[in-house]
Structure formats: structure tokens, C-alpha cells
Design a protein around this ligand. Structure first.
Ligand code: SF4
Ligand code: SF4
Length: 350
């Protein structure tokens, strides 16, 4: 594993060089919030951000994506044939992504890239993207990544981990793809012992500031049916207005719907984010809805993330502790509180 140090005054030049070779995305301040967007010039990126409002999942799983075009014209011999819409799979770097969001992509791989199901668009984007993470020196008060198996300096989902050490950045290669990127940076210096110690101290300080919010092992020990039938769901679901915000901002929520948009004799097949919190999400063509009640939908969201997913995939819970749903739920439903309820030893119905 190689490590280099880049002084901050040299960083825009390095970024400019990388942008000359491939597309680069990063956190950009847009209006009131930071969002991941393609950089037009090195100065566009703002690495002083805390967290983006939306997760960067749209980089791999866009909110609205055209899958195919088709014609409905009676005079068109190819009418009704689906033609794949153009997509840009040229190499790109995503700079400044938080370790929790990068870890989320690994969890999402379980849905898009499995032995039996291969989503070509997700896979191609994953294959052509280099993730350069920015360690969280100061996690937000709503972050709880260390409680769900990741951390503010976690390298697991990254190609390169970058640490803001004050006067410069310490960059550590994690994967061969990340090593290749670092090898192309000519102004990188060796990491001094002082800088290495500083980066290590920042890591200890960030991890130490978070504490343990709940114990996922205890949730794992509680029987699924007892959790499913627990009485606390009534309290948890009471205030929910089924707005779907929690699922749209979440990096590990991957659900989508497919719709055909038609205008005159042309059409497009679109893939659009959907949410298990919406009443129509599970509405069957027969008219039956297995999750017609709000309680069923709220319970599903938490059970999927904290119980069903770890039981099915054995790779930890489907939450990376980014805190977005905690921050942005309009009625303050807090997954940390729900996780503590699910971890309690006695969760049987009263
Ligand atoms: S459930 Fe909430 S805290 Fe967990 S990854 Fe999703 S948005 Fe972040
Ligand atoms: S953000 Fe809050 S109110 Fe909206 S669907 Fe999620 S839990 Fe319900």
C-alpha cells in the first residue's frame, strides 16, 4: 500500500491533471447544500463539507434514468423494439466521498451484482469509477457509522483514502486501481512521520467522538418473528407521514420502479427511484396490497435494513450510519432509537 502527501497549495494543480484524463465528480456547494456533481474546474470542489444532503448513490443508480427508447409508429419497421439509451461509461474519479457512502455501494452490490442478477449499468459504472474517499475528521452529531460496522476512516469501499491533515492531504492507496491513480501524481511527496502520526491521531479522535449507539449483535439475536410482531411498531410509525424522504436520501435504499413515458409515436422506458414508504409501492395488479397500512411499511423499512438484510447476506446491516434519515425526517423518526428498541432483550408483544 503506497502513501503520498500533497500540500494543499498543490492540490488544484493535481486535480486539474486528473480532470485532463477523465471525468471527476466531487462535493459542490449548490444553493443551500452540498451535492455530488461533475467538476468543470478544480475550484468547483469543496472538500470542507460535512455531509451532502443526498447520498452519492445517484452516481451509480440515477434518480431517473432512461433505459431504452422505442418507436410506436406504424410505418417504422423497428416499432416496439427496445433500443438501449446512450450512457457515458468513460473512466471517472469520484473525489471526496465519505467512507460510509462508499461502504454503502458495497452493500448495494448485493442487489445489483449477484450470481443470478446482473444489472449491466450498475456494474459498468462500478467498474469504471475510482473512489477517492475523504476521511471524516469531525463526524456530525447524527452520524453513527462506528455502531454499524464501518467508521469515519474506513477504507473498505474505497480505492484511495484521503485524510485532511491541515496543511495538506495524506493519500493512501487501497486497491490496485487506487494505486494506479496515485502513481500518476508527480508532485506527491513522501509522508513524513509527523504527518503519519497526525493522520493517526485524527482517526482516533474521530472514532472516539462517536460512541456506541446500539448493538447490532443483539438485534441479530432477537427472533425475526418476535421483532415482526413487537408492540413498539405502533409507537414508531405513529408520526410517519410516508413522505419517502428517508429512503430517497439513504445510500443503501435501492428500490426503483420502471415506467414507459410515451409522447406521440415515441417512447422511453425509464427507471425511477421508488420507496417502500409509499402506499402504492406494493400495490398488486389484483387490487391487493400486502402493505396497505402505514405500520407495515414503516416496519418493513427498519426490518429490511437491520434484520432481513443481515440474515440474508451475512454482511452486516444495510445501514452505514450516515445520519441523513435522522437529519431529514420531517417528524424526527430516528433509526438509532428504533435500533435500540429492536436490540432490547424483551421485544415480545404485550
Ligand atoms: S438508514 Fe439512515 S443512517 Fe442508515 S444509511 Fe440510510 S440514511 Fe444513512
Ligand atoms: S422521512 Fe420520516 S416521515 Fe418521511 S417516510 Fe421516512 S420515517 Fe416517515
Amino acid at each position: 500500500m503506497s502513501e503520498i502527501y500533497i500540500a494543499k497549495d498543490k492540490f488544484p494543480g493535481v486535480l486539474g491533471q486528473v480532470m485532463g484524463k477523465c471525468r471527476v465528480y466531487g462535493p459542490v456547494f449548490q444553493g443551500q447544500y452540498h451535492e455530488f456533481a461533475q467538476l468543470n474546474k478544480p475550484e468547483d470542489v469543496d472538500l470542507g463539507y460535512r455531509n451532502t444532503r443526498l447520498s452519492p448513490k445517484a452516481l451509480f443508480h440515477p434518480q431517473a434514468e432512461k433505459m431504452f427508447d422505442f418507436s410506436l409508429s406504424k410505418s417504422d419497421p423497428e416499432a416496439g423494439i427496445l433500443k438501449e439509451a446512450h450512457k457515458d461509461y468513460s473512466p471517472r474519479v469520484v473525489l471526496g466521498i465519505r467512507p460510509c457512502d462508499a461502504r454503502a455501494f458495497q452493500l448495494d452490490d448485493c442487489n445489483f451484482d449477484t450470481a443470478s442478477v446482473k444489472d449491466p449499468w450498475w456494474i459498468k459504472r462500478r467498474e469504471t469509477t475510482t473512489l477517492v474517499g475523504l476521511a471524516c475528521n469531525e463526524p456530525c452529531s447524527t452520524c453513527f457509522c462506528t455502531s454499524v460496522g464501518t467508521g469515519p476512516f474506513d477504507k473498505a469501499g474505497l480505492d484511495v483514502l484521503m485524510v485532511d491533515a491541515g496543511e495538506g492531504f495524506v493519500l493512501q492507496g487501497v486497491t490496485p486501481r487506487g494505486e494506479e491513480l496515485l502513481a500518476g501524481i508527480s508532485v506527491g511527496e513522501m509522508v513524513s512521520a509527523t504527518m503519519a502520526e497526525k493522520a493517526e491521531n485524527l482517526k482516533k479522535s474521530a472514532e472516539g467522538s462517536m460512541g456506541k449507539q446500539f448493538d447490532v449483535e443483539l438485534i441479530g439475536k432477537n427472533p425475526t418473528l418476535d421483532l415482526f410482531n413487537a408492540s413498539f411498531w405502533d409507537e414508531v410509525q405513529f408520526a410517519c407521514i410516508n413522505c419517502g424522504t428517508c429512503t430517497f436520501v439513504c445510500p443503501t435504499c435501492w428500490c426503483f420502479d420502471i415506467q414507459d413515458e410515451v409522447y406521440k409515436e415515441k417512447g422511453s422506458r425509464m427507471r425511477l427511484w421508488d420507496s417502500c414508504m409509499f402506499p402504492l409501492f406494493t400495490f398488486h395488479g389484483s387490487g391487493h396490497n400486502p402493505r396497505a397500512q402505514k405500520l407495515q411499511r414503516v416496519r418493513q423499512r427498519f426490518m429490511h435494513k437491520l434484520k432481513y438484510y443481515p440474515e440474508k447476506y451475512k454482511g452486516g446491516v444495510a445501514c452505514v450510519g450516515c445520519g441523513r434519515c435522522v437529519n431529514q425526517c420531517p417528524v424526527n423518526i430516528d433509526i438509532r432509537h428504533v435500533a435500540r428498541l429492536m436490540a432490547a432483550p424483551c421485544i415480545c408483544p404485550t
